[in-house]
Design a binder for this molecule. Structure first.
Ligand code: SF4
Length: 175
């Protein structure tokens, strides 16, 4: 399966956008890693899809070790100015799409990795500290590796901000 076919599959899986990702732009930022470590979202160390993963250098070596990648996006839009649910609707849509895409790709490219927005939500409650129940389905947080998503989008010529009343969720597939 080549990159164009994978991008097409991403769109068929429901993503709004699927674009080329230069894996050498996956440069972790210590500030992002430190923010995760403050555990404001209560997932740090409690979900196999979230940090801690490794040092800045280890994260960089892992991500840049993949030769190929694509960025995928769901853009949520508010129906009107009283629509306060579009963030969560778009987040749920993103998780659904990345799970669908990853399930289609994993048998074709066993070494591929899915990176999403936030911790893994494949199980109702993550098994950590017990071993991951479904490692082949696990989606890890892109930001959890210290990636500054806005910069990553900029470096790969993909929009991050689509205007007032919108929210973009960005993830990646690496192989
Ligand atoms: S597949 Fe389940 S156990 Fe594994 S990281 Fe995801 S939520 Fe946790």
């Amino acid at each position: 399966m080549n990159k164009e076919e994978i991008k097409k599959l991403a769109i068929e899986s429901g993503f709004d956008y699927a674009e080329d990702l230069n894996t050498q732009t996956l440069t972790p930022n210590q500030g992002i890693m430190d923010t995760c470590a403050t555990d404001k979202c209560h997932a740090f160390g409690k979900n196999w899809g979230c940090p801690p993963h490794g040092s800045l250098e280890e994260n960089e070596a892992k991500l840049k070790g993949f030769k190929n990648g694509i960025l995928v996006q769901i853009v949520g839009r508010a129906n009107d100015e009283m629509d306060f649910e579009y963030y969560s609707r778009a987040g749920a849509e993103f998780r659904k799409c990345i799970n669908i895409l990853y399930a289609k790709l994993k048998p074709e490219i066993p070494g591929c990795m899915a990176l999403g927005a936030g911790g893994c939500m494949v199980c109702e409650k993550c098994a950590k500290p017990e071993p991951c129940r479904l490692p082949d389905k696990r989606v890890e947080a892109l930001e959890g590796y210290g990636i500054f998503i806005t910069q990553l989008c900029k470096d790969n010529n993909i929009k991050y901000y689509y205007g007032e009343g919108t929210i973009a969720y960005t993830g990646a597939i690496l192989w």
